[in-house]
Write a protein of this length. Sequence first.
Length: 254
Amino acid sequence: MRRPGWNKGCNEYWISAYFAVAVFFAEIFNQIKTLERLKEEINQSKVSLLLSQIKPHFLYNNLTNISIMAENNMTPQIITFCSNLCRYLRYISSDGLANVDIATELKYSVSYLDCMKIRYGDKLHYQLDIPDELKKIQIPKLTLQPLIENSLKYAFPNSPPWIIRIAAAMEDQFCCLSVSDNGIGFSEESLGTLIKQLDEIRHSKDIYSIEIGGLGIRNVFLRLLFMYGEKADLLITGSQNAGAKIVIKIPIGK
């Protein structure tokens, strides 16, 4: 025969045990959320540091452009150049999210390209081919300009016209955003070295391995990984004296 009050005591035990387990799992859940938040804050700090690397590099290059234009008595062009440059500087210096949609990034990248058009005139041409439905996709801020600058750097050794093309298209579950040029391309050795560096960045995600003199492609790739994770990719194609193409693969549906 069961003792009086046995059921009551047993029920109270299981109720207490249930609440203890519930409190335990709630605490675990809160700790996981805290770790996720800290990880996001750390990633944002790393992205901010990577962006800060680009800004002085960008300013140095464009002050050099203005100096050369001044030596050539291009005063009217300098005024327009500075107006476009100020518009772009406000964009890269503005506070807020480190990510923007492609439409916004493209708008200010065109301001940068217009600066280069003022500097080089009809020697430089650019083409845009991005469908409207892809312009809402989010990318890291200052993705296109470093790639455009890279194209300009390696296009100039060739005789003009220098042509830069910015395009986007859907391939499977990826938005592929590309910057291509008709420059000198890559030697087999330099292309292999760059691909190896990108692979090392994918595995280490070490922001301190990117030196000021080696920004551009590697900086963009690392910020892309922080935003989209391991599914994101950056592909480089091109051979010597046959131009180059850099493709950013953005996973859709994250």
